[in-house]
Every structure is written in C-alpha cells, then in structure tokens.
Design a protein around this ligand. Structure first.
Ligand code: MG
Length: 399
C-alpha cells in the first residue's frame, strides 16, 4: 500500500485552520444561536480556543517565583533589569534611577526620588512583591512606606501595617485616599508580600464616562480590592474625583523615605473591554452585528474551500446563516437542501442505510435551522428527510 506523503495533506490542514477552524468534537447546530448582544452561540465550535499560557510558579519567602510565559518582566532580580526603569523627576528629563539592586531586590534609596518604567501601558494584570525593612522604625504612614502607581496615577499603597495602625484609606493595599483594603493580610516586616493587581483604566467617549475603570487587588492571595471603581488618581488630603486617564502610562514606585525592597515585577496586558472594541462578553447591538457579519464571512470563506465535499460545503454554508441571515446565502442554502433532499429521496432502502449518518446529520441541521427560523416554515427538505428517518426506523428508541 502506498502511503500518501504528509506534504500533500499539510497545506490543506493549514488552510482549514486559517479559514474558520472549528473545535474538534463539538458539533455544529448545537447550543442556542447568537442573539442581539452575543455574537457567539452557546457552546459555539467556531469560537476561538483560549490561547495557551505556561503558568509560572509561586514565590517562597526566599525565592521569587517564575512569571507566566506571556508575562512582560519589569524586574527579575538582576542589575540588568534596572535598565527598564528611570528616575521620575517632577520636571525635566528623566535619568538613570538611583535605586539599587541589593540581593536580588530593587531597593528604594531614600531621598533619591520616585522611579518609573520606561515602558508605558494601560490595562494590565500586575504582579509585584515588596518587603518593608526588617528593622521597624516609625509609625503610621512613616513605617515602610512606598507605593505602586498604576499608569503613574492611582496608588496601591505599600506600607508596613503588620502591627501599625494608620488611617484605613492609607493602609497597605488601599487605593490610597479612596478605599481601604478589605483585610490586613500582611506578613511581618522583612518578609516579601505578594501583590496581584487587575487594573482597568477609566474609559470616556465623547467626554462621557462609559466605564469608570476598576482596581482588583490580592495581597498574599487574599482579596483586598474587589473590583473597586476608580475615582481619579486618589491622593493625599484632597477628595479625588473621576477623570479621564491617558491611553497609557508608566508604572511608578514611590520614594517615601523608607528603604522598601521590591522583587519579581511583571505584567500581562489585558484585552480590550466590549465598550472599546473587545469582542467577548455581552456587546452592543451594533458591535454584535459587526462581529456576527465577520464570523459569517469567515465561515463562508471556509465553505468555499470545501468544494470537494459538497455536503460539507452545504452544511458549512448553512452554518453561516446562524450568524448572518444574508438573503443571497439563504437562497443558495435553500437550493442546496432542496437538491440534497431530491437526490436522496428516490434511493433504495439499502442505499439509504449506507448513508444513515450523513442523512441524519443533515436532518439535525435542518431541524435546528427550522427551530431558529433560518429556513422557511414547513421546509419541504426537512419533511422529506424526516419521512426517510421514520421509514428506515432511524428514530431514537424509547427506553
Ligand atoms: Mg505610599
């Protein structure tokens, strides 16, 4: 027997993936179809698979963990990663930071000023670990104070509150000046605290607030900010109020006069929200229509590559109607189902038996399309195939 060389099939495979890849093992015409605000059906086989991310490892007291595979590392314990940071002067050009790398940690040199990343970003998942000095000095806001400024604006407070009361909206892991943390989950000073932040900046459109933006924070794995709406940058003494943020900004770390240490700093950019063009979650009617049109077009392109298997082409084309009931495609689908029914209708019992699976598959598609009003009411091909199903005794057996 001759074995077909792989080179012949591989381009076909790649073409399949490029034009409307479907999830293996998930049938078409399955869950509820898309609707006015959901471009995808329920259990939709055309919906892209989540991208693969190799998870990292957790940190221990002595050793920082490994970031996930798609993280962008801002500080990895090496002196070289200091090059990703610069000084943050109140005015004038930035220069190299005066903070130092000490035993794998980025350490604030008091009175040297804030530092910031050279890179700018918007919505992120951020991981930071910090340790207040082991030698306890000062109290309230004077003990192990620093800060994590998202986009250089909103501060997630860094403070040694292990055994140190202060005003609660200035507590460690508070949204400084706005919202206290839900709990004090700190380790003692000298030990690293693990902070995970999900930051969404505010979105304004035509000067109108459409999404306030949010801060979600975990301190040592404990939820401390629960999707807290942003109210501007927060800050000292003055009541902060909602306002637009720029598209992007740096991450800043505060010099508040204490030699606080940082390690294992990385982030992952977050996908856009529905209000800014994202295509997951419930969308506006307009965005849903546009996305459904795009999915339908991709499926039709894929259908056109299936000419060698006309039944598959017909079903794939019919599947596109679920997303966009385009009149030309609808007419073509109706024509093909009619031709299909006419071709199987006169077959003898034995020939029908050989095509049982195929015919039942087409009938299942027709019933789904009928239920969702995507083929005409009382569609003749559905009745023809249902008659065959009954005559061949293919109906599911009642137990
Ligand atoms: Mg601070």
């Amino acid at each position: 027997m001759k074995i077909r060389p792989l080179t012949l099939t591989l381009p076909l495979l790649l073409a399949t993936q490029a034009f409307g890849a479907v999830t293996p093992g998930v049938p078409a015409f399955y869950g509820d179809p898309p609707d006015a605000t959901h471009p995808w059906g329920v259990h939709d086989r055309n919906r892209p698979q989540p991208k693969r991310v190799e998870p990292g490892t957790y940190s221990t007291a002595d050793k920082p963990g490994k970031p996930p595979s798609d993280a962008i590392v801002l500080f990895d314990g090496t002196a070289a990663s200091l090059a990703k940071w610069e000084s943050d002067p109140k005015e004038g050009p930035a220069g190299p930071t005066k903070w130092i790398v000490n035993d794998g940690a980025l350490e604030c040199v008091p009175k040297s000023g804030y530092i910031r990343t050279k890179e700018h970003f918007g919505d992120i998942q951020l991981h930071v670990e910090w340790a207040a000095p082991a030698k306890v000095q000062g109290d309230s806001q004077g003990r192990g104070n620093s800060g994590i400024f998202l986009m250089g604006l909103a501060e997630v407070q860094v403070l040694d509150n292990y055994n140190n009361p202060t005003y609660s909206d200035g507590f460690a892991a508070s949204y400084y000046g706005v919202n206290p943390p839900l709990a004090n989950a700190l380790h003692p000073p000298g030990q690293f605290q693990s902070i995970d932040i999900i930051f969404r900046r505010p979105i304004y459109q035509d000067g109108k607030l459409v999404d306030p933006g949010y801060l979600t924070v975990f301190c040592n794995g404990v939820l401390v900010q629960d999707h807290t709406p942003l109210e501007g940058p927060g800050g000292h003494l003055r009541r902060s109020s909602a306002r637009p943020f720029p598209e992007k900004g740096p991450l800043k770390l505060q010099d508040h006069g204490n030699p606080v240490r940082f390690r294992n700093i990385w982030y992952r950019p977050l996908p856009p929200r529905a209000v800014e063009g994202g295509t997951d979650g419930a969308l506006t009617a307009e965005a849903t229509r546009a996305k459904r049109k795009q999915i339908a077009a991709e499926i039709r392109t894929h259908a056109a590559s299936l000419k060698a298997t006309p039944n598959e082409e017909m079903l794939r084309l019919a599947e596109s109607l679920v997303y966009e009931n385009d009149p030309a495609t609808s007419r073509e689908v109706v024509r093909r189902f009619e031709a299909y029914a006419a071709s199987v209708s006169p077959l003898a019992k034995g020939d029908l038996e050989k095509r049982k699976e195929e015919i039942l598959n087409v009938l299942r598609a027709l019933r789904y399309l009928g239920k969702h009003e995507l083929v005409p009411a009382n569609f003749a091909p559905t009745a023809t195939l249902a008659r065959i199903e009954k005559a061949q005794d293919w109906m599911p057996k009642k137990k």
